[in-house]
Design a protein around this ligand. Structure first.
Ligand code: EPU
Length: 303
């Protein structure tokens, strides 16, 4: 399906929207750093999102997609081109065997609802902030559950501008990796399983939440884990543990610091800039390389 909705003066409006202070990505990302884009689009429907993508392509304007901004490091100053924010693309449709949900819906709310709805895996994902679109795109999760546990289909607009529903195949989603790069995720379909009892799901939620509270800085301004866990001879190694053992836990640089709770989190103490965060990232990489010969790779997306 191809969309040809005409948005009159859309670029002028999007530029005006981007001028406003709330457009600054510092206000739209959990790490609270980052400048302003040239254009900001906030479509409320999949069709309008497709029109924005088409229009930007025709005009040759680079376009980036923004979900909840929880896994993102944005540079200071001007962010060239346009941003399409998905937070207004919301819907929630519960069917006997499936739940259909928009990219802009809150993932933590879905995780709570999953206890009643019997969605496998999701009750094991409390304390993962973000929009449904963002967590699907990143295949977020942890030791108690992962988004991909119950994901059956993804609604998306692909790189050619086609709006479609992709049926998830084995291998489409891996460790913090999906095949949806270059696509805009507009919604998701999760399966329900009536064999899961409410009590069982609630227990999983509580256990996962308790563990998360004890091991991660949940109230800090952060982007979650900064680095992916690197492969080691006996399987993946915790990047947090490596950074900790390199002696960097609690290390401060400008307004940013390595979390004293979990060393794979960088916290904004208040006035951090993207440059502070980038310098801290460079320092961590250098120390871990020197100490362990391990090359850390960013998990967060960097603009
Ligand atoms: N550890 C330390 N010091 C630290 C952090 C961890 O010694 O500063 C030790 C822990 O004590 C534990 C081991 O390292 O023995 C592993 O730590 P943890 O269980 O916290 O797991 P992780 O591998 O560091 C991964 C994910 C987290 C996810 C947790 C729990 C990555 C990069 N991180 O962390 O995901 O919540 O497992 O399942 O995959 C995220 O992706 O944003 C994220 C936070």
């Amino acid at each position: 399906m191809r969309c040809h909705v005409v948005l009159p003066n859309a670029f002028v409006e999007a530029a005006e929207r981007a001028e406003r202070s709330e457009a600054a990505l510092r206000r739209r990302t959990s790490l609270r750093v980052g400048g302003r884009p040239d254009f900001l689009f906030e479509p409320a429907t999949e069709a309008d999102a497709a029109a924005v993508i088409e229009m930007c392509r025709e005009a040759g304007v680079p376009l980036r997609f923004l979900g909840g901004g929880y896994n993102l490091l944005v540079s200071d100053g001007r962010v060239e081109g346009a941003i399409l924010a998905t937070r207004r693309i919301k819907y929630f449709d519960v069917q006997p065997e499936q739940v259909h949900i928009g990219a802009g819906n809150s993932f933590p709310t879905l995780v709570k609802d999953a206890i009643e709805l019997g969605i496998p895996g999701l009750p094991g994902c409390p304390g993962i902030p973000g929009t449904v679109g963002g967590v699907v795109f990143m295949n977020a999760g942890g030791r108690f559950g992962t988004v991909s546990d119950a994901l059956t289909a993804v609604r998306l607009i692909d790189g050619d501008g086609n709006v479609r529903e992709h049926q998830v195949q084995p291998g489409d989603l891996g460790y913090r990796r999906t095949i949806f790069d270059g696509c805009l995720v507009t919604g998701a379909v999760f399966r329900r399983d009536d064999r899961i009892t409410r009590a069982e799901a609630a227990r999983l939620y509580e256990e996962a939440m308790e563990w998360k509270r004890a091991t991660q800085p949940m109230s800090a301004k952060s982007a979650g884990c900064i680095f992916k866990n690197p492969d080691g001879p006996d399987g993946p190694r915790s990047a947090g543990r490596l950074i900790d053992e390199a002696g960097l836990k609690g290390h401060e640089l400008g307004g940013a610091r390595i979390s004293p709770v979990h060393a794979n989190f960088i916290e904004n103490l208040g006035g951090a800039t993207a440059l502070d965060v980038q310098e801290l990232i460079d320092l961590v990489r250098e120390r871990v390389r020197t100490r362990f010969g391990v090359e850390l790779e960013l998990e967060v997306r960097s603009w």
